[in-house]
Every structure is written in C-alpha cells, then in structure tokens.
Design a protein around this ligand. Structure first.
Ligand SMILES: Nc1ncnc2c1ncn2[C@@H]1O[C@H](COP(=O)(O)OP(=O)(O)OP(=O)(O)O)[C@@H](O)[C@H]1O
Ligand SMILES: [Mg+2]
Length: 299
C-alpha cells in the first residue's frame, strides 16, 4: 500500500500494558490542539481501548457542552467468522479502507496497535513514518526489545518484536524508499531516582543503538493518566475541579510538559495551515473560561 500524504504515527510494543493506548490518545489530542487534522485508528480489535477513549470523550463533551477537538476515528470490529483467513482478510480490508479514507485529508494518522503480533499489527508497522514504542521503566520490559547478556550487559539477541519492526522497515524501504523513525519512550518513570532507573536508562541506550532507533525523554508515572480515561480527556484539555476531583496540580503541568518535549523529540512535520487552525482553536478555547486553561498551545 503506497501512501501519498498524512504522516502515520504507529504506537506499538509487544509488551502488554506499556502505555500504548494512553500514549496514542495523548499524542492525537496534542496534535489536534496544535491545529492539525488528526485521524485515529484502533487496530486492537479485542480491547479497543483507544476506541473507548474516543467514545468517552465524545460522550463527555456532549453531556457537558465542551468544545474540545476530536479525531476522525476508525476502529476495526473483531471479526468473528469461523475462518481465520477470512477474518484476517476482513480486518485487512477495513484497515486499508480507513487509511484510504483519511490519507489525503488528515495531517496525522495515529494508529494504536495491540500487545501481540497479528497480520494487521505487521501491516500497521510497515505503514509507519514514526513508530513510538512506550517501554515501562523496568529491566524486565526491556527484554521485549532485546535479550541482554547478563555478564557484559550488551544486547545479545533481538526480540520477536524488534525483528517484526526490522521486517517492517525493510518492507517499507523496498516499497517507497522511506525509512521508519523508531523512537523508544520510557513510560511510567518513578518519581524518585533509583539504581534501577539508571540501569534502565543505560540499557535502553545500548538497546537503541543495537536496534537503530532513538530514545526520547519519558513520561512519569502519574495518577492523572488513569483518572482521565472515563472522561476521554487528556492533560491538554481544559480540566476543571469537578473533573479532577481537586485543583489542577503541578503534576498536570509537568505531564503536559513531558508530552510537549516528547512531541518535540519526534520531529514531526508541521505546516502553516496547522498553525492557522491552532490560532482559531486558541481563540475558541478562551471562551470556555469556566475551565482552567490546559491546552498544549500555551507557550
Ligand atoms: N504515565 C503513566 N502513569 C500512570 N499510569 C499510566 C501511565 N501510562 C499508562 N498508564 C496506565 O497503565 C495502564 C495501561 O496503559 P495502556 O492501556 O495505555 O497500555 P497498553 O500498552 O495500551 O496496554 P495493552 O497492551 O493491553 O493494549 C492503564 O491503566 C493506564 O491508565
Ligand atoms: Mg492498548
């Protein structure tokens, strides 16, 4: 499948619960507030966490008259036919349709993938312009990228997931001569510095070198990421005290800053059209003065 436009950001890692859906949703909403047209695609047809995020957001915004921006969202219903092959084909077709529908109109297409290998996971990876892999801040989770020699500390053997990405990269190169910018992001970083934390950082840097990818500054462990899910909100939205169960804290400001830094590190393309849309959004946001302004466009 050769694409013409729309920068595809795939969020993937075979480790379950590493923060893929949370990251995908936050990146998508951040880009919306930056004035981009964003489509989101949920390839995880079993859990559909991203789809639930999107639905919660729409419902919450409607019920509370909130003028927050939304993505154009696609989800792939779980194919339940008897034939595995037929189910795969159905999901594949739906995914292809979704991409075809938005590739010309969306500036960004954010794809959330499941924590396991499927045909669709592989296809999504080979379409990525940017691949973001959140990695939990633990040595065990690094094993999902590469096995590390216990004596020398050198990455020894690439994991199944790393090989999947390698294949996607070479496939992509042979199709349109482009490469996938792969970025590892430490997630749920503990607030207090520890020996384990430093070990993870060192190991991650080594693994990244071996995998030919980059490491971005990470996102800390913060309760707010869990509490915003039922409302479909992100740390970039205008949040009031009712939504937060208290006044917005420094932790929220720091969370926004971390994401801002992360997006900066991703080196995503931007456009003058997006800049103009951002200004319109900012002007609209000013009107919702009953909310604490927490849009990402604050500079
Ligand atoms: N930075 C963070 N701080 C605190 N909690 C977080 C953070 N990031 C994610 N979480 C929480 O971790 C859990 C797993 O996150 P999420 O569902 O995004 O992971 P996932 O990789 O998509 O999981 P799966 O592999 O099952 O699809 C959720 O409860 C989420 O709210
Ligand atoms: Mg998920």
């Amino acid at each position: 499948m050769v694409r013409q436009a729309g920068h595809v950001i795939v969020v993937g890692n075979e480790k379950g619960g590493s923060g893929k859906s949370t990251t995908a949703f936050h990146l998508a909403v951040y880009l919306l507030y930056e004035g981009h047209k964003v489509a989101s695609i949920d390839v995880d047809s079993r859990q559909q966490t991203l789809t639930h995020y999107v639905r919660n957001r729409r419902d919450w915004a409607r019920q509370h008259g909130l003028g927050v921006p939304h993505t154009t969202h696609f989800h792939l219903p779980l194919a339940r036919g008897d034939s595995l092959r037929e189910n795969n084909r159905l999901e594949f077709d739906l995914f292809r349709q979704a991409i075809a529908e938005v590739e010309q109109s969306a500036d960004f297409i954010v794809v959330d993938t499941p924590g396991f290998d499927t045909n669709l996971t592989r296809l999504a990876h080979s379409l990525a312009d940017t691949l973001v892999s959140p990695v939990n801040d633990s040595l065990i989770d690094l094993n999902v990228m590469a096995q590390v020699d216990p004596v020398t500390g050198e990455p020894r053997e690439l994991s199944h997931y790393a090989r999947l990405v390698q294949r996607a990269r070479s496939e992509r190169l042979s199709i349109d001569g482009r490469t996938i910018d792969w970025v590892l992001v430490r997630n749920r970083i503990a607030m207090l510095s520890s020996r384990n934390m430093r070990q993870v950082q060192t190991m991650l840097d080594r693994i990244a070198m071996r995998l030919g990818c980059r490491v971005a500054d990470g996102i800390a462990e913060r309760v707010i990421f869990r509490s915003l899910f039922p409302m479909g909100m992100t740390v970039f939205d205008p949040l009031n005290e009712d939504m937060l169960g208290g006044v917005p804290s420094m932790s929220h400001t720091s969370a926004r800053q971390e994401y801002r830094t992360l997006v900066g590190a991703l080196n995503l393309p931007t456009s003058l059209r997006a800049q103009a849309r951002r200004e319109v959004l900012e002007a609209g946001q000013g009107k919702t003065n009953q909310f604490v302004h927490m849009a990402p466009t604050e500079r």
